[in-house]
Design a protein around this ligand. Structure first.
Ligand code: ATP
Ligand code: MG
Length: 427
């Protein structure tokens, strides 16, 4: 036998036992997106490397060490997308979608980062993101946050996540703050770890983002951004906070929240959880009013977020198991050749009349016992049985597989009514 080929480290298969969580999240997001007026956009997984360098920033973790970059056969430098915003912005600029008009967009799909794989951190992972263009005010920031809060509510995750907010101000305010930070860290040079030493010269704000406990302690003493915030940004932030309060969304202002990417300004936010160890951020975003000009577009206010699906799935898998949405209602057991023939016809009739019915038909023969074993394993609520007796009387037997209840032989009309109730959850 030849050796088995294994998947790439950090790139996971999503197996059937997990996929119902994914579907639940994706369906909830698609429905919510439509409810708030967001349209889906799909962009390529591969883009020119330059796009990510220019948008995410040269001195960020992603561009410095996490990108999957390669030369294609023409010698062009291409990169597997590490996040979705850059491609989305490129696409809307290219298609002229933000020219004198606003847009509410969302996307989903795989992202790629060469990180050290661990729980909640993978090399191919999936994000769902939303972006809104040409809205300058705090109302749209609030809308995006409210949408995510509603998603947590629908997924039963509200108790597990908390909202952190901060404002990164205007670029002038960031420049002034940056100077104050550099002066502060220069005074504490000897306490900086290697990463922070490096960032001090290139991107000192990112030192605030450090997870190293020593740095976290030092960062608590650093100058606060709030003292440098410009009036317009302060006002924007205050209005956002008020809107969130009015709709009952609790938040925590975290002055150390700076986000990893270069393109943010004004509002930044993260939804974090304590339930996943170090990989605690499940959704992150903010305003990036400067990015579109950086990518050759006109000045266009923009705000968005991305959430990691794997981390949400991890949270959902920690909850008590609910019956998965794709569990069959019924499993059709067929004994003998004639029943097998008739079973195919019956199943198709039922599906025709009850489009919501999830019915698995037994294929491949086998004893009654083994068929019932499979019926049970399928998770179905009931077994339908076609054997000699049923064929002779033109009826179908129904046997409850969960809880108590007797096996009964039914006419097709009664069977249909029972299955209809089952589909409506009234069995
Ligand atoms: P982290 O601080 O965890 O590295 P990040 O700031 O790099 O996150 P973003 O670029 O803001 O993350 O991506 C948004 C979300 O995508 C994260 O909050 C997380 O849920 C998810 N995510 C990011 N990187 C990974 C990864 N390598 N594996 C799985 N999910 C990820
Ligand atoms: Mg990261």
């Amino acid at each position: 036998m030849s050796q088995k080929i294994q998947a790439i480290r950090g790139m996971n298969d999503i197996l059937p036992e997990q996929s119902h969580h994914w579907q639940r999240i994706e369906e909830a997001v698609a429905t919510l997106a439509a409810a708030y007026g967001y349209c889906e956009i799909r962009t390529p997984i591969v883009e020119k490397t330059e796009l990510f360098k220019r948008s995410i920033g040269e001195v960020t973790d992603i561009v410095e060490k996490e990108m999957y970059t390669f030369n294609d056969r023409n010698g062009d430098s291409l990169t597997l997308r590490p996040e979705g915003t850059a491609g989305c912005v490129r696409a809307v600029l290219e298609a002229g979608l933000v020219h004198n008009q606003s847009q509410r967009l969302w996307y989903r799909g795989p992202m790629f980062r060469h990180e050290r794989p661990q729980q909640g951190r993978y090399r191919q992972f999936y994000q769902i993101g939303m972006e809104a263009f040409n809205f300058a005010g705090p109302d749209i920031d609030a809308e995006l946050i409210m949408l995510t809060a509603r998603l947590w509510q629908q997924l039963g995750l509200t108790d597990q996540v908390t909202l952190q907010l901060n404002s990164l101000g205007s670029s002038a305010a960031r420049a002034a703050y940056r100077e104050a930070l550099v002066a502060f860290y220069n005074q504490h040079q000897s306490h900086l770890d290697a990463d922070s030493q490096r960032r001090l010269g290139s991107n000192p704000l990112r030192i605030l983002d450090s997870k190293n406990p020593d740095m976290v302690a030092l960062n608590r003493l650093a100058p606060a951004f709030s003292d440098y915030l410009d009036v317009a940004s302060r006002d924007h932030f205050q209005q956002l906070c008020e809107m969130l309060e009015r709709v009952g969304i609790a938040y925590e202002v975290n002055p150390l929240l700076v986000r990893g990417l270069d393109y943010y300004s004004k509002t930044v936010f993260e939804w974090v959880t304590n339930a996943l160890g170090a990989q605690g951020t499940v959704c992150a975003g903010g305003r990036y009013d400067g990015l579109l000009t950086q990518l050759g577009g006109r000045e266009t206010p923009a705000v968005g977020f991305a959430m990691g699906i794997e981390r949400l799935v991890l949270l959902l898998s920690q909850q008590p198991e609910v019956v998965a949405a794709n569990t069959p209602h019924a499993y059709l057991v067929v004994m003998g050749d004639a029943a097998q023939q008739q079973g195919v016809v019956l199943a198709e009739q039922l599906r025709q009349q009850l489009p919501q019915l999830r019915l698995v038909t037994h294929c491949g023969g086998g004893s009654l016992k083994s068929q019932f074993k499979q019926a049970d394993r399928s998770g179905a609520a009931v077994a339908l049985i076609l054997a000699a007796e049923e064929l002779a009387s033109g009826q179908v037997s129904l046997k409850p597989l969960r809880g108590t209840g007797e096996q009964v032989m039914l006419t097709e009309a009664v069977l249909l009514a029972k299955l209809q109730n089952l589909c409506e959850g009234e069995y």
